[in-house]
Design a protein around this ligand. Structure first.
Ligand SMILES: Cc1cc2nc3c(=O)[nH]c(=O)nc-3n(C[C@H](O)[C@H](O)[C@H](O)COP(=O)(O)OP(=O)(O)OC[C@H]3O[C@@H](n4cnc5c(N)ncnc54)[C@H](O)[C@@H]3O)c2cc1C
Length: 337
């Protein structure tokens, strides 16, 4: 059975905690629920806005269409052998709960992705990543309801087109992800190269749990808790640059923070670009740039989505003016139509 709520206050539906209203939100557990809601509520011709936990979504105004919230629950083992375990998780499962469950079983593969807010269904959409790990490395497949074809479709990792904060699914909003399958390892190969992780771990024994705890400590020291300060995590993506562009940037700014690939191309840290333009810690009315991390735009309480989006655009323009580089939002902008 689907659950329909009308004239919804969206403040609690996004981690920015900004006010907006939606005509209706429909929570579903199965493909049949989606079908029933589309026919029963006459939504068949309208593309819904798919919303998980709203931790990568900024509402810049009211949303006049329908919002579809996949609430599929449950974690189960699909298959296992001596080395690996294939785990199926419903789209509505809280991502961090899945990480904790995996760590509690001593399985490895997602411990560095601890404490990323949001639901399992959104994880493949932007190929969540942190501290040297990405979802792509453990993704085995997913099941989705295709709103155009009106049927369930399945994808494996060869069809996911994962890249930095992108995937096939990101460009196909007609796909409502219902279940995701991850291939986790029973053997532990710790990934602790990321700056700061080794220091926190010190001489502790390396296990999925100790690595997860170190990641949690690091995240808590850097990122605001969205229960206290509204945000969407990193607001912008790190711009991807070719070898020549990186060399040009480094010749002008030898201190630029860049992450290079073996062929010399790479990414420049968006946080560094924003800091260069003097935005770190700047507060404008009820929103601002977090003083602990220049990539995080925060709602100090009472900000609107439009104010945060205006601040983001001013940051984009100043980075363009000073460094001739274009920042792209990582956060999805919604509403205001
Ligand atoms: C404090 C903070 C820290 C963060 N740190 C990180 C980080 O380290 N690394 C990282 O990668 N991200 C990070 N994020 C971003 C965010 O946590 C991820 O993007 C997360 O996957 C979003 O999940 P959600 O359910 O909240 O997605 P939502 O914001 O609800 O949706 C995000 C996108 O996924 C789509 N979507 C959601 N569910 C489904 C579904 N079932 N089917 C199809 N499409 C769907 C939506 O349509 C939308 O395009 C952070 C966010 C915050 C607030």
């Amino acid at each position: 059975m689907y659950k329909l709520t009308t004239n919804v206050d969206l403040t609690a539906y996004s981690t920015f905690g900004v006010p907006a209203r939606a005509a209706c939100v429909v929570a579903v557990n199965t493909a049949e629920d989606i079908e029933a809601a589309r026919v029963g509520e006459r939504f068949t011709d309208q593309q819904p806005l798919i919303l998980g936990a709203g931790s990568n979504t900024l509402f810049v105004g009211d949303y006049t269409g329908w919002i579809l919230h996949p609430a599929v629950s449950g974690i189960s083992i699909v298959e296992e052998n001596d080395d690996f375990i294939w785990l199926d998780a419903g789209a509505g499962v809280n991502w961090h709960n899945l990480v904790e469950y995996s760590v509690s079983q001593d399985w490895s593969g997602i411990e560095n992705l601890a404490l990323i807010p949001g639901n399992v269904g959104a994880a493949p959409v932007q190929n969540i990543g942190a501290y040297g790990m990405e979802l792509a490395q453990v993704f085995a497949g997913l099941k989705a309801f295709d709103l155009r074809q009106n049927r369930i479709v399945e994808f494996d990792s060869s069809q996911a087109e994962f890249g930095y904060r992108r995937s096939y699914f990101k460009n196909h909003p007609e796909l409502v992800i219902l279940n995701v399958v991850l291939k986790l390892s029973k053997k532990f190969f710790p990934k602790i190269q990321y700056r700061g992780l080794k220091e926190i771990l010190g001489d502790r024994e390396l296990t999925p749990r100790t690595v997860m705890e170190a990641v949690i400590a690091l995240r808590r020291s850097k990122l605001p808790d969205t229960a206290e300060l509204g945000s969407g995590g990193s607001f912008f993506k790190n711009p991807i640059l070719g070898k020549t562009e990186i060399e040009q940037l480094l010749s002008e700014y030898p201190q630029a923070v860049v992450y290079r690939n073996t062929d010399g191309s790479g990414k420049v840290a968006a946080a560094w670009l924003i800091e260069q333009c003097g935005w770190k810690g700047v507060r404008r009315g009820n929103c601002g740039v977090y003083d602990g991390h220049a990539l995080v735009l925060v709602n100090y309480g009472g900000a609107t989505g439009r104010q945060i989006w205006q601040l983001a655009q001013d940051i984009i323009h100043s980075v363009e003016d000073k460094l001739a580089l274009t920042l792209e939002p990582e956060v999805r902008i919604a509403g205001g139509d």
